[in-house]
Ligand binder design. Structure first.
Ligand SMILES: [Zn+2]
Length: 71
Protein backbone atom coordinates (compact mmCIF):
# COMPACT_ATOMS: atom_id res chain seq x y z
CA UNK A 1 0.00 0.00 0.00
CA UNK A 2 2.77 2.41 0.88
CA UNK A 3 4.46 1.68 -2.44
CA UNK A 4 1.31 2.75 -4.30
CA UNK A 5 1.24 6.06 -2.40
CA UNK A 6 4.80 6.76 -3.42
CA UNK A 7 3.92 6.28 -7.09
CA UNK A 8 1.02 8.77 -6.83
CA UNK A 9 3.06 11.38 -4.96
CA UNK A 10 3.22 13.77 -7.95
CA UNK A 11 0.25 16.00 -7.22
CA UNK A 12 -0.38 18.74 -9.75
CA UNK A 13 -2.28 21.93 -9.06
CA UNK A 14 -3.19 24.83 -11.38
CA UNK A 15 -1.32 28.06 -10.80
CA UNK A 16 -3.85 30.59 -9.44
CA UNK A 17 -2.38 33.26 -11.71
CA UNK A 18 -1.78 31.65 -15.11
CA UNK A 19 -3.57 28.29 -14.60
CA UNK A 20 -0.47 26.35 -15.57
CA UNK A 21 -0.47 22.88 -14.06
CA UNK A 22 2.50 22.57 -11.75
CA UNK A 23 3.73 19.75 -9.57
CA UNK A 24 2.98 20.43 -5.94
CA UNK A 25 6.43 20.19 -4.41
CA UNK A 26 7.37 21.34 -0.93
CA UNK A 27 10.64 22.58 -2.41
CA UNK A 28 8.75 25.03 -4.64
CA UNK A 29 9.02 28.32 -2.73
CA UNK A 30 6.48 29.94 -5.07
CA UNK A 31 3.65 27.60 -4.09
CA UNK A 32 0.86 27.66 -5.00
CA UNK A 33 2.16 29.71 -7.91
CA UNK A 34 4.30 28.33 -10.74
CA UNK A 35 6.90 31.09 -10.63
CA UNK A 36 8.02 34.23 -8.86
CA UNK A 37 6.38 36.48 -11.47
CA UNK A 38 2.98 34.86 -10.95
CA UNK A 39 3.36 35.26 -7.20
CA UNK A 40 4.29 38.91 -7.62
CA UNK A 41 1.32 39.51 -9.92
CA UNK A 42 -1.00 38.27 -7.21
CA UNK A 43 0.64 40.47 -4.60
CA UNK A 44 0.29 43.51 -6.87
CA UNK A 45 -3.38 42.75 -7.49
CA UNK A 46 -3.93 42.37 -3.78
CA UNK A 47 -2.14 45.65 -3.07
CA UNK A 48 -4.19 47.46 -5.71
CA UNK A 49 -7.39 46.16 -4.16
CA UNK A 50 -6.26 47.45 -0.79
CA UNK A 51 -5.68 50.91 -2.25
CA UNK A 52 -9.04 50.88 -4.04
CA UNK A 53 -11.06 50.23 -0.90
CA UNK A 54 -13.15 53.37 -0.40
CA UNK A 55 -12.31 54.87 2.93
CA UNK A 56 -11.99 58.15 4.74
CA UNK A 57 -8.39 57.70 5.80
CA UNK A 58 -7.33 60.90 4.00
CA UNK A 59 -10.37 62.73 5.36
CA UNK A 60 -9.62 61.47 8.85
CA UNK A 61 -6.05 62.69 8.58
CA UNK A 62 -7.23 66.18 7.69
CA UNK A 63 -9.74 66.17 10.53
CA UNK A 64 -7.24 65.02 13.14
CA UNK A 65 -4.78 67.65 11.90
CA UNK A 66 -7.45 70.32 12.40
CA UNK A 67 -8.09 69.05 15.92
CA UNK A 68 -4.40 69.21 16.75
CA UNK A 69 -4.23 72.79 15.50
CA UNK A 70 -7.21 73.76 17.64
CA UNK A 71 -5.31 72.54 20.68
ZN1 LIG B 1 1.74 30.84 -13.04
Amino acid sequence: MNQDQNKAAALTVPCPQCKTELVWDTSNIFRPFCSESCKNHDLIAWANEEHNIPGDSLHDDVLSRDLEQDF
